[in-house]
Design a binder for this molecule. Structure first.
Ligand code: WT7
Length: 659
């Protein structure tokens, strides 16, 4: 970009322009990439050029098949292996380059795996899976924390064509069981334990507990990685990872996967209580992960790239494992909490490993902001050249804090909007080309067609609120919901017809075409960046003894963005007390996990309802947020509103008995 072009940007808003130093070294410097990628002639070529960087066993015949929408196919006829492209492809030039730098939570613990190490460990483990009868298309459940065995297991599955379903290690046994059941996995991979906030979490015991809850699936074997050396109970089904890999061969030929074969399933929360199994396939997903990582993070040979997400979520799948490794990058993986053993831990890690690209979540940034700058003082963060944000809207205050204090005032920040379903970033700046507006994820990635529609399906005018939609398919998109194609169609491709992807988010465009994401419009909620479903939490609460009714809403929270508030009516004749409140909280943690812990539980004799008996969640949300309550004329029982409002005003957090 020339100086003149930079000067011609509108100065009216406080924008951040790509610094010259960054632009000069960037991979992408030609702004025409946007117009080329969205032009009729250029669209397919744009994607195919990225696909050509990868190694295909059989080249594709057709970029896209639209004969059965919305069941799109990409790279039709192509054959490819993800594991090969993330590892073997790099061996000739990068055999001794670090693929994974791992930092354990206990200080001083570091493991480095070169690409050759990764090749060996993945192949050995892939052979173990094969010897246990795992073949192409079989599902493997992975319940591992942030240790190298997690990406190794994923890449081993990909190598032999098995479908992994990684379940976030912080999910409860019951949540794990539901996911194993749905996917009908036959192998479970876990570990003895791991470190979190200085404590050892007994992961194997949680995995064992999950097996007791299984209703449909049957697990043949649990493979247990040794991490924390805590005592575990072993049964005949259990195998130690280190023992089974010992005599396993390090040669494992790769499965010739069809581009549209299933690569993995990842469960996410939706409108009903039942999590949705989002299906991603091999070819399109890999091309998308590769292309977006390369361009959005401006990856270079010597970068040390750190995405702080957990691999248990899609962010970690795409931007820790598949995107960076398909680019031959060095990734940093950290096992533990940001405040263990001290609140400067992240900055210490950046200095220690000379991290150059840092990608984290607004919720973490707000936490660091609250802790204050004093935790940064002792560390040199000058290695950083690019920052990223993901998971929820970032408030401009947090943006500037991040920019000034972590980025030293000169790193671009890529605020990336996307979803489990999109496979990779969809709305995002290109750091060398897109002037940034703090709080906006800016513009669609080249080759992606995003818009904001009103109820009627017309594009909204600047400043008008509407629904975020994607108007053309893209290679990284989900292909279906596991065993539930009808739900796939009704959730994403019905609101505006079969050709428009409905994201479930509200958004606005501004006069420059920048997109400002507002948040979810369905029953999904975002708490500390985690996507949960109000229905899933409500059904957990309804399982608690003596609970008659429950309603789950969120209210704004300084750090987490949103926090969960639960209103509960006890059964006739039952007096709610503190103890019952604790039971509700405990049960939510058992049914889902600690991430769903509510900030407030309110017991009430009644919930505000319409005359037809519908719970008015809008009112409950306003009460919890201490907002204007608004019109009560449609309520059958308006008197309960005042009682609830007065009680919530008194209480801050914990358990409140209203009335
Ligand atoms: C929802 C998807 C993106 C992968 C991790 C989360 C919200 C995500 C942003 C952003 C504003 C964002 C949306 C979206 N979201 N990124 N940069 N700005 N909102 O994936 O758990 O499937 O959640 O996260 O509401 O729909 P997910």
């Amino acid at each position: 970009m020339s100086d003149d072009e930079i000067k011609s940007f509108p100065e009216k808003k406080r924008m951040f322009y790509p610094p010259r130093k960054f632009v000069e070294q960037a991979n992408l410097r030609d702004p025409s990439v946007y117009s080329r990628a969205t032009s009729e002639e250029g669209w397919e070529i744009f994607w195919e050029d990225f696909a050509k960087d990868l190694e295909w066993i059989v080249p594709w015949e057709k970029f896209i098949d639209t004969s059965n929408i919305p069941f799109y196919k990409f790279f039709v006829g192509g054959r490819i292996n993800v594991s090969y492209n993330c590892i073997d492809r790099h061996l000739e030039t990068k055999r001794n380059k670090a693929a994974i730098i791992w930092e354990g939570e206990p200080e001083g613990e570091t493991r480095v795996l070169t690409y050759q190490d990764l090749y060996r460990e993945v192949s050995k483990f892939a052979n173990v899976l094969k010897s246990l009868g795992v073949g192409k298309g079989d599902r493997v459940a992975i319940y591992l924390p942030m240790i190298p065995e997690l990406p190794i297991a994923m890449l081993a599955c990909a190598r032999i064509g098995a479908v992994h379903s990684v379940v976030f290690a912080g999910f409860s046994s019951q949540a794990l069981a539901a996911r194993i059941d749905d996917a009908k996995a036959k192998i479970l991979i876990t570990c003895d334990g791991y470190y979190r906030r200085g404590k050892i979490i007994d992961q194997k015991a949680r995995a064992d507990e999950a097996l007791k809850h299984l209703k449909e699936a049957e697990i043949d074997h649990i493979i247990v990685a040794k991490r924390a050396e805590n005592e575990v109970v072993f049964s005949e089904k259990d195998l130690w990872w280190h023992e089974v890999v010992m005599d396993s061969s390090q040669k494992c030929t790769v499965e010739k996967m069809d581009a549209e074969d299933m690569h993995f399933i990842i469960y996410t929360s939706g409108t009903t209580g039942k999590p949705k199994g989002v299906v991603h396939t091999v070819g399109g997903y890999l091309v998308y992960a590769y292309a977006t990582t390369k361009t959005i993070f401006d990856l270079k040979e010597n970068d040390i790239y750190w995405c702080t997400a957990d691999i248990g979520w899609i962010t970690g799948h795409t931007y820790i494992v598949y995107g960076p490794l398909s680019n031959g990058a060095t990734i940093l993986m950290y096992e533990g909490a940001p405040d263990t053993p001290h609140k400067g831990r992240f900055w210490e890690i950046i200095e220690k490993h000379h991290v150059t690209i840092f990608y984290t979540a607004p919720t973490a940034i707000r936490l660091f902001m609250k802790w204050g700058e004093k935790y940064l003082e002792n560390y040199d963060l000058k290695s950083l050249r690019l920052l990223g944000s993901v998971g929820e809207p970032i408030n401009p205050e947090a943006w500037w804090w991040y920019h000034n204090n972590i980025g030293g005032g000169n790193c671009p920040i890529v605020d990336t909007w996307w979803q489990t379903e999109t496979g990779g970033a969809v709305i995002t700046p290109l750091p060398s080309l897109t002037p940034l507006k703090p709080g906006s994820a800016t513009k669609p990635f080249p080759g992606i067609f995003v818009d904001v529609f009103n109820e009627k399906g017309e594009p909204t005018k600047p400043g008008e609120r509407g629904y975020l939609v994607i108007k053309r398919p893209w290679p990284g998109m989900l292909r279906t919901l596991f065993k539930d194609p009808e739900r796939y169609v009704s959730t994403y491709w019905s609101r505006y017809g079969k050709e428009i992807y409905f994201s479930g988010d509200a958004a606005k465009k501004d006069e420059d075409g920048y997109i400002w994401v507002i948040g979810r419009v369905d029953d999904a909620i975002k708490v500390a960046g985690h996507r949960l479903s109000t229905m899933e939490i409500e059904s957990a609460v309804l399982e608690v003894k003596n609970v008659a009714e429950a309603a789950v809403v969120t209210r704004p929270h300084e750090i987490k963005g949103n926090e969960i508030v639960i209103y509960v009516t006890p059964k006739e004749g039952v007096e709610a007390d503190e103890e019952m409140g604790k039971k509700v909280i405990l049960h939510i943690r058992e049914a889902i996990g600690a991430i769903a812990t509510p900030g407030l539980v309110v017991f009430t004799s009644d919930l505000p309802k319409t005359r037809s008996g519908k719970i008015m969640r809008r009112i409950l949300r306003a009460i919890a947020s201490k907002d204007e309550i608004g019109d009560l004329s449609t309520l059958a029982n308006p008197e309960i509103v005042e009682t609830l409002d007065n009680s919530v005003k008194r209480g801050v957090s914990g358990v409140i008995i209203a009335g």
